[in-house]
Design a protein around this ligand. Structure first.
Ligand code: S3P
Length: 452
């Protein structure tokens, strides 16, 4: 975390136009590094997200004995991982600092739980406030030991077990991170491990495990859940992994293009995993003009170009069963809802309170400061759009982003359509997931710059 905050300001912009390539998918990038490390031989990853969160995972794996390097040979950038097989990590000499990354820390806790080594995991101020019990509880059942601060916060010492026992675990919350932690622990565990999820969550881990050669079985359950069974100690072999663009990053220029009158923007090669596209479903329900072109498959993941044209949006009720499919997109949806005609109702949002910030509270506070009429509930947000963009901020007031990249980007998008500019107190956290954000946005015509 840098000591000096980097405020930014966004102002009402001309129509946004152009065709843009976005950075790689964060979830898939973490998994490509971790599964590459767990396979035997070399994996080659193209399009890896080169942002702070993913680089923290790469650094941690290097400390655990995995050679990882970036090659630029022939102008083709690729990340090379020389995996040592499931169970092949060596004890790190120092603390593993995962920075701001909930995904990196929780997935690594899973991987480390069934390796006979001791590891200490920590993170930045934000990550050290986030709950880790949700992964420690199932991982203890494999036989791993944990020592944490304040009964479940980082730093955590993981004592991996040399004799793991396969488990069946039902997730109490719909969380792809917890599911993935269990599956990664199961990799070095003999026998079959089953994880049951109440609602389907992003299945990148399952898809990539299968792509690497693991035996993984997915059963749809009555009531909408899923049971995922992995046969432990598979022989994974190094692979070629192309990473699609991140739909959760694409969401920001996408909503900007919908809101800024006269805009037309194409977002290329965006990952369209069906368990990640809830924002697109919701925006289409709101009347958005979004077309998918050039659909294709990339290493088992669906990908396509999104062509977005500006137009008025209307308020909707977002079905709560859709929440896991758009869990990271509520900050930017809240911005779209604030500019829509009519009321948007979002329910089942309890998980938003334990993200990089308490996103329900932080969005509600920032939007209210911009003149939006809304109601914040324990796990809900109701936004009364008035069909016109809210007013923005007067003078030098700034939105408190609470070291949360998605809050920062969401409010910068809002400022592109408000009469008064929107200033944010710190843009530094954007580098955790989307370091090119400001350049990419200004490249399509957005007026975003350093705040005076
Ligand atoms: C992620 C899962 C989600 C999401 C996060 C990335 C993943 O978290 O919010 O940004 O890559 O598995 P939860 O599992 O806590 O819902």
């Amino acid at each position: 975390m840098p000591s000096e905050p980097q405020p930014l300001i966004s102002r009402k912009s001309a129509p946004l136009t152009g065709s843009v390539s976005l950075p790689g998918d964060k979830s898939i990038s973490h998994r490509a590094l971790i599964l590459g490390a767990s396979a035997v031989g070399r994996s080659r990853v193209t399009g890896l997200l080169e942002a702070e969160d993913v680089m923290a995972t790469a650094d941690a794996l290097r400390q655990l004995g995995i050679p990882i390097e970036c090659s630029d040979a022939g102008g083709k950038r690729a990340w090379l991982i020389d995996g040592r097989g499931a169970g092949g990590l060596i004890e790190a000499q120092n603390v593993l600092d995962l920075g701001n990354s909930g995904t990196g820390s929780r997935l690594l806790m899973g991987l480390l739980a069934t390796q006979p080594i001791k590891s200490v995991i920590t993170g930045d101020d934000s990550l050290r406030r986030r709950p880790m019990n949700r992964v420690m509880t199932p991982l203890e059942q494999f036989g791993a030991g944990f020592d944490s601060r304040d009964g479940g916060l980082l730093p955590v010492t993981v004592s991996g077990t040399a004799h793991p026992i396969p488990i069946t675990y039902e997730l109490p919350v719909a969380s792809a991170q917890v599911k993935s932690a269990v599956l990664l622990a199961a990799l070095n565990t003999p026998g079959k491990t089953t994880v049951i999820e109440p609602q389907p969550t992003r299945d990148h881990t399952e898809k990539m495990l299968r792509y690497f050669g693991a035996e993984i079985d997915v059963e749809d359950l009555s009531g909408g859940g899923r049971a995922i069974t992995l046969t432990g100690q598979p022989e994974l072999t190094g692979k070629e992994i192309p990473v699609p663009a991140d739909i959760s990053s694409a969401a920001f220029p996408l909503v900007a293009a919908l809101l800024a009158p006269g805009s037309s923007v194409t977002l290329k090669n965006v990952g369209l995993n069906l368990l990640r596209t809830g924002l697109l479903d919701t925006l289409l329900d709101m009347g958005a003009a979004i077309k998918t072109e050039n659909s294709q498959d990339m290493a088992g993941e669906p990908v396509g170009d999104l062509k977005v044209t500006a137009g008025g949006l209307k308020g909707v009720a977002v079905p709560s069963e859709r929440v896991p499919k758009m869990i990271d997109e509520f900050p930017i949806l809240a911005v779209a809802a604030a500019c829509a005609d009519g009321t948007t109702t979002m329910t089942g949002l309890a998980e938003l309170r334990v993200k990089e910030s308490d996103r329900l509270a932080v969005m509600a506070k920032g939007l209210t400061a911009c003149g939006v009429d809304l109601e914040e509930g324990e796990d809900s947000l109701i936004i009364h759009g008035n069909g016109k963009p809210p007013q923005g901020l007067h003078g030098t007031a700034a939105i408190a982003t609470e070291w949360d990249h998605r809050i920062a980007m969401a409010f910068l998008v809002l400022g592109l359509v408000t009469d008064q500019p929107v200033r944010i107190d710190d843009s530094a956290p954007i580098a955790t997931s989307f370091p090119e954000f400001t350049d990419l946005m200004t490249g399509i015509g957005a007026d975003i710059g350093a705040a005076p």
